[in-house]
Ligand binder design. Structure first.
Ligand SMILES: NC(=O)c1ccc[n+]([C@@H]2O[C@H](COP(=O)([O-])OP(=O)(O)OC[C@H]3O[C@@H](n4cnc5c(N)ncnc54)[C@H](O)[C@@H]3O)[C@@H](O)[C@H]2O)c1
Length: 450
């Protein structure tokens, strides 16, 4: 591969030859190695004895130059081993902020994906609106181009399935831009959980709140933002979602929800909750993992990770000694290197394209993982649409007060001795199924992942 190709004109006439289903890797998108490469064709892949691509310059493009695309443009223009050959946006440079950067690197802004394909690219970053990911992704796959597709992978689970099929059938590397995975605080947290520093994990709680992004109109806050929480929760724990229950509201007058509360269980019995909205002037990106030995708190805005340890010292204060729960111990804020998550995401994806590998564990968020996240987000919306709510009693049934709101154990306000309502798991059932059973209106995620 060479890195010294002159940039062809944006209107170069040749499109990448579509790949056949048995073509093994992205690298095969170009012409046969022995054939002279036409101007603008993808750089032919050199392969080692193991059949993998050797390190070399890759030709990359970008689709969408909006709020997120601008960040991708900045990273792509200085990514080692990558030549940024062109960007696509029918609105040109909509924020007018990229002219200098793109001009300095000789990167043309093109009106259509076909124009980028005509330049010849090994991979493209897809940062156009979510509703277009499927159409654009399928176009790239059909032309043998690998893709890093922004999160969420697609606007529906069906569209996400079609994308997975298109890239997998052609052996193309495809990843999803769940950039939180590359946040140093969450990377640290995951390593520490894997090392067993917390012991058994009891619960993962996330909060992701902030003001309204006027530009996002094609999906609601579940697909746009909560997919970050769904992906990171499965990733840090290594456990898939088993069941969940959700509520949404829409306060902004738009078609889609703008606030969601989710409670669920992972397959290992870990309890999860996510509060996500576009309706708060308070911006927060909070992840707390509570377990046997204490609680980790990751702030992905500041990339800080703090550990609140359970106290090991006996407290002197009698009133506190009587409480059988955990005691407050030391608090430690860890120091670790903090690289920009998006830069790390790009480096991992570049390396995966070079290696022709998109298997789980290769360091990127695979397209299959992206699909699972879209499926869980579909389950969240389905649960929120559900109608099997259990009404909460307003408790005047028992004038003695025993059945008042504080007793709270049964729909009839039957008092403290009443049997547990049907939606609570019987005591002593520690199984994940038993613990998950308390979620009424729950959507069983397995149904969506089949
Ligand atoms: N990973 C993250 O943290 C993160 C953050 C923000 C957005 N995103 C994702 O990035 C994507 C874009 O979001 P955004 O906030 O940048 O939106 P945006 O509206 O700011 O930008 C979208 C851009 O795509 C362009 N566009 C429209 N149709 C196009 C087409 N056919 N081909 C090429 N470009 C086209 C628009 O002109 C616009 O400039 C969404 O999928 C979103 O979920 C991810």
């Amino acid at each position: 591969m060479t890195g010294s190709r002159a940039k062809p004109a944006p209107t170069a006439p040749r499109a990448n030859a579509p790949k056949t289903a048995d073509a093994p890797r992205a690298a095969d998108a170009g012409p046969p190695v022995e054939a002279p490469a036409p101007a603008g064709a993808p750089v032919a892949a050199e392969r080692g004895a193991d059949g993998r691509r050797r390190p070399g310059t890759l030709r990359a493009g970008l689709i969408g130059l909006g709020a997120m695309g601008r960040n991708h443009a900045r990273i792509l223009s200085s990514l080692e081993g990558v030549e940024f050959v062109g960007a696509v946006d029918p609105a040109g440079d909509p924020h007018g902020s990229l002219r200098g950067l793109l001009g300095a690197h000789g990167v043309p802004v093109l009106p259509e994906v076909a124009d980028l394909l005509a330049l010849g690219v090994d991979y493209a970053v897809v940062a156009c609106p979510t509703g277009l990911h499927e159409e654009v992704g399928l176009q790239l796959a059909a032309h043998g181009v690998c893709a890093l597709i922004e999160k969420p992978l697609a606007h529906t689970a069906q569209a996400a399935h079609r994308l997975v099929r298109a890239f997998e059938e052609r052996g193309l590397v495809a990843g999803v831009g769940h950039v939180e995975r590359f946040n140093p605080a969450l990377q640290q947290l995951r390593s520490r959980l894997e090392a067993g520093e917390l012991g058994e994990v009891f619960q993962v709680v996330t909060r992701r709140q902030g003001p309204f992004p006027h530009r996002i109109a094609d999906v609601g806050v579940v697909k746009d933002l909560a997919t970050h929480d769904i992906d990171l929760t499965s990733w840090i724990t290594g456990a898939a979602y088993a069941s969940l229950s959700a509520r949404t509201v829409s306060k902004s007058g738009r078609e889609h929800e703008d606030m969601v509360a989710v409670v669920g269980s992972l397959v290992d019995g870990t309890m999860v909750s996510h509060l996500v909205n576009w309706l708060s002037p308070l911006k927060e990106r909070f992840t707390a993992v509570t377990g046997e030995r204490g609680c980790f708190v990751a702030d992905t805005l500041t990339a800080d990770l703090t550990f609140h340890a359970n106290g090991a010292v006996a407290t002197e204060w009698e009133a506190l000694r009587a409480f059988r729960g955990v005691a407050e111990g030391d608090t430690v804020r860890f120091a670790f290197p903090k690289r920009e998550p998006l830069a790390v995401e790009h480096e991992r994806f570049r390396d995966a394209v070079r290696a022709g590998q998109a298997a789980e564990g290769c360091g990127i968020v695979t397209i299959r993982e992206g699909l699972r996240t879209v499926e869980v987000s579909a389950a969240v919306l389905e649960s929120a649409r559900g109608t099997s709510d259990l009404a909460v009693p307003h408790g005047a049934a028992d004038p003695s007060g025993a059945g008042g709101p504080d007793a709270g154990t049964g729909a009839g306000g039957a008092g403290r001795e009443a049997a547990a309502p049907a939606f609570l798991a019987p005591e002593g059932d520690p199984s994940p199924a038993g613990r998950g059973a308390s979620a009424h209106r729950s959507a069983h995620v397995a149904e969506h992942t089949a």
